[in-house]
Design a protein around this ligand. Structure first.
Ligand code: CO8
Length: 260
């Protein structure tokens, strides 16, 4: 599968997706959206692929936001009638059940920050800068930034960033819980791919289940979340991978997973 605005390659069981508009700092336009949706759908449908990494081409940006030049003259009625940007969430967050990592290499601003926050977790280069500067354009986050950033870093920082457009550097982002880990820019892709390969080598049903459980913590009460966790745990005990995983532990050998 080849695309105009993104690059997609398979590295073993890991799909590497690269936003590829470096001349526009990987700004997210409708064509990028369509390519990404197709690439994530293909990743989800391919049983040989177990984890994905999303990054940006070039050293300067993961993505500097939704494409301002595309949005500038778009009538409000079109934003509303097309439910602009709703498809990101439905495809990248809801439909993609397999795990994926955002490897943030530079600016992740506006929709770029929001896209990174749709990932299961973020690994950031030490050069990464996160921000929701939409206020400076007379608008506000529109792809989940006000909600996901607030859940990640708390009200004080999220409110300050949304109201001032201030960018957060990688170290502050790690300290604040926005990113899982910070690595030198030169090592970013290797580290993200290595982590993705580790996840890809896990029992695949258990990987999907773990993702589903952690995500449920953002959508439910504690009691409902703990109940969901217990039920999914109980379902997993019926899988062949559970039998294999426990036998492999007892026999002191690596497990061999069937995804069944
Ligand atoms: N859209 C389109 N083009 C962009 C964008 C963008 N978001 N960001 C950068 N570019 C382009 C520039 O126009 C420039 O192109 P050209 O060379 O043709 O002039 C090229 O990328 C390089 O950018 P700069 O020359 O500006 O590079 P600098 O190093 O000077 O600055 C910055 C880098 C600070 C990242 C700067 O480019 C910047 O501030 N970019 C805009 C950041 C921003 O405001 N992002 C938020 C956009 S709005 C948004 O994401 C809303 C999402 C939700 C909408 C939901 C609707 C329902």
């Amino acid at each position: 599968m080849s695309f105009e605005n993104i690059l997609v390659e398979q590295r073993g069981a890991v799909t590497l997706i690269t936003l590829n508009r470096p001349q526009a700092l990987n700004a997210l336009n409708s064509l990028v959206l369509e390519d990404l949706i197709a690439a994530f759908a293909a990743f989800e449908a391919d049983p040989s692929q177990r984890c994905a990494v999303l990054t940006g081409a070039g050293e300067k940006a993961f993505a500097a936001g939704a494409d301002i030049k595309e949005m500038a003259d778009k009538p409000a009625a079109d934003f509303y009638s097309q439910d602009f940007f709703s498809r990101w969430t439905s495809h990248l967050v809801k439909t993609t059940r397999k795990p994926w990592i955002a490897a943030v290499n530079g600016f992740a601003l506006g929709g770029g920050c929001e896209l990174a926050m749709m990932a299961d977790f973020i690994i950031a280069a030490d050069t990464a800068r996160f921000g929701q500067p939409e206020i400076k354009l007379g608008v506000a986050p529109g792809m989940g930034g006000s909600q996901r950033l607030t859940r990640a870093v708390g009200k004080a920082k999220a409110m300050e960033m949304c109201l001032t457009g201030r960018m957060m550097g990688a170290e502050e982002a790690e300290r604040s819980g926005l990113v899982a880990r910070v690595v030198p820019l030169a090592n970013l892709l290797d580290e993200a791919l290595k982590t993705a390969a580790e996840i890809a080598a896990m029992p695949p049903l258990a990987a999907i289940a773990n993702k589903e459980m952690v995500n449920a913590a953002f959508e439910t009460t504690l009691e409902q979340g703990v109940l969901l966790e217990r039920r999914i745990f109980q379902v997993l005990t019926a899988t062949e991978d559970k039998a294999e995983g426990m036998a492999a532990f007892i026999e002191k050998r690596p497990g061999v997973w069937q995804g069944k």
